[in-house]
Ligand binder design. Sequence first.
Ligand code: MHF
Ligand SMILES: O=c1ccn([C@H]2C[C@H](O)[C@@H](COP(=O)(O)O)O2)c(=O)[nH]1
Length: 283
Amino acid sequence: MKQYLALCQRIVDDGVWIENERTGKRCLTVINADLTYDVANNQFPLITTRKSFWKAAIAELLGYLRGYDNAAQFRAIGCNTWNANANDNQAWLNNPYRKGEDDMGRVYGVQGRRWQKADGTVIDQLKKIVDDLTKGIDDRGEILTFYNPGEFDMGCLRPCMHTHTFSLLGDTLYLTSAQRSCDVPLGLNFNQVQVFTLLALMAQITGNKPGQAYHKIINAHIYEDQLPLMRDEQLTRTPFASPQLIINPKITSLEDLETWVTLDDFEVVGYEHHAPIQYPFSV
Ligand SMILES: Nc1nc(=O)c2c([nH]1)NC[C@@H]1CN(c3ccc(C(=O)N[C@@H](CCC(=O)O)C(=O)O)cc3)CN21
Ligand SMILES: O=c1ccn([C@H]2C[C@H](O)[C@@H](COP(=O)(O)O)O2)c(=O)[nH]1
């Protein structure tokens, strides 16, 4: 939690105002932030200086792992975060690749599970990684990337947290996640949960122990309409200790994640938090 608040404070103190054409808003911006999460000791990096809707963040991750491409699929598992990008963004509404209401196109999990090759076949990046890690193999290329420049025009948004690299040292699994663009008040609150949970889940289904998760952010920003709430409200609050994430131990395979896992299989214990803050969202 301290590293999150330090990043927020750094943006407030040292950020540079940058015009963003896509949203039409200015963002107070810094470049480069490195966050580390202690998954080995189950220090769940949940924001405590406001109420965090962590279940929606885990649902979003589950949707990516399943290869979802439609906001209705995300809603069905308890996540509303893609409604606006799928349905309220004029550039995407005008895009001939959009297949109708709620379609997100070839984003995130579609690339992770069904990367299209020139010969018409597909690559399941996640399955290859799970198979390797289960056998204790780290070929130094255990990389899950959603970043496919050749298909940016076929999706509603380029992936923000775009590449997850897994590493094995003995039977301890590490994760390094790279993010090109980060809405610190809203997105990071979710992304921290996702990086932590991804390592915890991958360790669990491949029979390894979780180590540390490293989260590398390039462009970290606060939108102009979010700044007063962050600076004058959230940053004045004193954080509480980290809670713990409990994952149903019956989840033991990728197939389990694909078929029966729901948000009921995740529980957070010891979550003390301040009152919610509703930050404006930019489409
Ligand atoms: N501008 C922007 N920021 C983002 O963080 C973001 C995007 N766009 N587009 C794609 C996804 C969608 N994400 C989102 C979208 C909405 C919330 C949000 O509204 N969160 C609320 C409550 C969520 C709930 O009730 O479930 C929050 O208070 O955290 C968070 C992340 C993250 N990404
Ligand atoms: O997981 C996510 C997804 C999105 N975001 C934020 C970062 C930006 O504010 C927008 C995306 O806009 P771009 O113009 O494509 O950079 O969404 C996030 O923080 N986390």
